[in-house]
Design a protein around this ligand. Structure first.
Ligand code: SAH
Length: 389
């Protein structure tokens, strides 16, 4: 355990229960923090919060309690089971893949738990939660009772600012699950999320509901889950575009597993920017376009460049939407606010010379709750844009 004493006047955010303690707010440290646990103390010596400690990160501690409760096995079980109770009311028998614990959103900063059928994936996002791995694993087993528990350690690497280790050459390690009755595989060996983008469930359901007889262009498709939803909703055709051949291989598997057609022409391994320029030049039109890129802004300094990327991609995509068609455009960069994203999309539509109306906004589903204390947890923004003429 390490004792972190705050600088005078730097206790406000902790008193408001914000779970992130930045290193700049700390005046002194006592103890070694070898167990990954931290106690946060006001300048006058009173304890304000307890949490997990990540000396390599700018967010020096992620805070779990503000009422004197200790951080450890008992608290992990309590928090995980509270999160689980929420899911019991949210998920149904035909949806067996969902996020069971959502870090700050479930008052468990630094820990994610995703369930894929009989497999659970515990992702430890920080050095501190990594050090508490044994107790967190035990809580996950106790609350979820999965047949198999996989632990992913992304935290210490991320805290040091380095990239995740490259994916192994071995065959992908797949966990099977259902989403609204459709069969999917989470690729546990891949570097993306815990193997699947559970946060887009609600948008996939909307797409399925409007897809009948439509043509769908699925940009940044990863394993093609949007296309599976569209085709199962009666879409005439869906094309997946992604630069990753491995992701597209899994996209084919997804179609086969759901009894859907998977012709070669529906899988386009290419850079989306290049692909869109070619399609615009060819004068293509699509009834529905889904644009769900990776986070273009990973740190604050990236925001301007990210904004240009979002604008370019949306301008090109908008030109391809047929009259009366749809563009679902998304951003999962937490640093790009909903407001900024809407402005970027607006300027894309001006440049494209194509008017659109926001028919609805849909972010991540209720298994990705956002704590009022930590609005930074709301990262996914989806705008359903109806083309106007
Ligand atoms: N929409 C997906 C998730 C997208 S994740 C789903 O619902 O499952 C982002 C994807 O974009 C990744 O699969 C990555 O391989 C791909 N990607 C990143 N940059 C790209 C680029 N410039 N061109 C094409 N694909 C890209």
């Amino acid at each position: 355990m390490i004792r972190l004493t705050l600088k005078p006047g730097r206790d406000e955010s902790v008193r408001r229960r914000h779970p992130w303690l930045f290193s700049g707010a700390v005046a002194s440290r006592e103890g070694d923090g070898a167990d990954g646990l931290a106690e946060v103390v006001a300048p006058n010596g009173s304890t304000l919060a307890r949490g997990v400690y990540s000396p390599g990160s700018q967010i020096l501690a992620r805070l779990w309690t503000f009422d004197g409760r200790a951080v450890g096995g008992a608290l992990f079980r309590e928090r995980f089971s509270q999160a689980w109770q929420l899911r019991e009311t949210l998920v149904s028998a035909d949806t067996t893949g969902f996020r069971a614990v959502n870090s700050e959103g479930d008052l468990c900063p630094g820990a994610l738990l995703d369930v894929y059928g009989e497999t659970a994936v515990l992702e430890l996002l920080t050095e501190g939660t990594e050090k508490q791995r044994a107790a967190l694993e035990e809580a996950a087993r106790g609350v979820v009772g999965p047949r198999r528990l996989v632990v992913r350690l992304s935290g210490a690497d991320r805290d040091r600012g380095s990239r995740l280790p490259p994916r192994s050459e071995a065959k992908p390690d797949l966990a099977t699950f259902l989403e609204n009755g459709l069969r999917f595989f989470a690729d546990l060996s891949a570097g993306q999320k815990t193997g699947f983008y559970l946060d887009q469930r609600e948008n996939r359901a909307r797409l399925r509901a409007i897809a009948r007889e439509k043509t769908v262009l699925n940009l940044f498709s990863y394993s093609g889950a949007f296309s599976v939803a569209a085709l199962s909703g009666g879409a005439r055709r869906a094309v997946d575009v992604d630069s990753s051949g491995e992701a597209l291989a899994l996209a084919r598997e997804h179609r086969r597993a759901n009894g859907l057609p998977a012709p070669d022409a529906d899988f386009d391994e290419e850079d989306v920017f290049e692909d869109l320029r070619r399609r615009v030049a060819a004068g293509e039109l699509w009834d529905v376009i889904v644009c769900d890129p990776p986070a273009f802004a990973k740190k604050r300094g990236d925001v301007d460049r990210a904004a240009r990327g979002y604008k370019d991609i949306n301008r090109l995509a908008m030109k391809l939407v047929s009259p009366g068609g749809w563009l679902l455009t998304c951003s999962c960069s937490g640093l790009v606010s909903a407001d900024l994203f809407q402005k970027i999309v607006f300027s894309a539509s001006v440049e494209a010379g194509r008017p659109f109306a926001i028919a609805s906004r849909q972010g991540a589903g209720p298994d990705h709750p956002v704590s009022l204390d930590c609005p930074e947890g709301e990262y996914l923004k989806g705008l359903w844009l109806a083309a106007r003429s």
